[in-house]
Design a protein around this ligand. Structure first.
Ligand code: PEP
Length: 237
């Protein structure tokens, strides 16, 4: 899988231009496009009109349906605009909005109940890595997935220090950490054959292939480099 996370970037025009560029790929069925919420509807219309096989995802979701929550976006609204996935627990939201496990569990829970597949992000900060706490932090974050199944859920390992920095861990480290995450998920009762681990953090056309080829990595979450249609095409092949 290849997840394009546009964050707070793009416009009506660039969304359509981008979809036009990537529409030549044979791997669109492996792609999930997560533009800003405002552009999901027109992206969905474009995708339907051109019969493209990529899926749409939201970058975040609220943990309720139809309550009094100003600014809230519910799972039913996302489904209404053709959204099949939602990113949950991105480090930017954990850090900016102090989203904690309790809230994230509620988000995961409502998504799975309402039929929205989850892309659950976890990752250690540089400080945590340097103090040898990586595994402990990842295990803590993964505990939010206790009691859920991996059938409709992917885990994106995104070291916080690698996001947007141009720095990525060594391939051996990505591989070892992904293996560790698989073991941890199994110990939480997830079925091995359903587990999907993505890697995210400074993936671009120059490094995507070698990361994607790692045995325990089933896909990539791409931020900055996904904004450029030509570069995203190179990444997805
Ligand atoms: C991200 O948005 O989660 C991300 C990985 O960004 P980038 O690819 O720009 O590091």
């Amino acid at each position: 899988m290849f997840v394009a996370n546009w964050k707070m970037n793009g416009s009506s025009i660039t969304v359509k231009e981008w979809l036009n560029i990537i529409s030549s790929s044979d791997n669109l069925n492996k792609c999930i496009f997560c533009p800003p919420l405002l552009y999901l509807k027109e992206a969905n219309e474009f995708i339907s009109e051109k019969k493209l096989s990529l899926s749409l995802g939201a970058q975040d979701i609220d943990p309720e349906n139809n309550i009094s929550l100003t600014g809230g976006i519910s799972p039913s609204m996302l489904k209404d605009v053709g959204c099949k996935y939602s990113i949950i627990g991105h480090s930017e939201r954990r850090n900016f909005y102090k989203e904690d496990s309790t809230l994230l569990i509620d988000k995961v829970s409502i998504c799975l109940k309402e039929g929205i597949k989850v892309i659950f992000c976890i990752g250690e900060s540089l400080e945590e890595r340097n103090s040898g706490q990586t595994k402990e932090i990842l295990s803590q974050q993964l505990r939010a997935l206790d009691g859920f199944s991996s059938e409709n859920l992917m885990v994106a390992y995104e070291p916080v220090w690698a996001i947007g920095s141009g720095r990525i861990p060594l391939l051996e480290d990505i591989s070892e950490t992904s293996d560790y995450l698989i073991d941890e998920l199994i110990s939480l009762g997830h079925k091995q054959e359903e587990i999907t681990i993505l890697y995210g953090g400074s993936v671009d056309a120059s490094n995507a292939k070698e990361i994607y080829q790692l045995k325990s990595v089933s896909g990539l979450l791409i931020g900055g480099a996904s904004l450029d249609g030509e570069q995203f095409l190179k990444i997805i092949g």
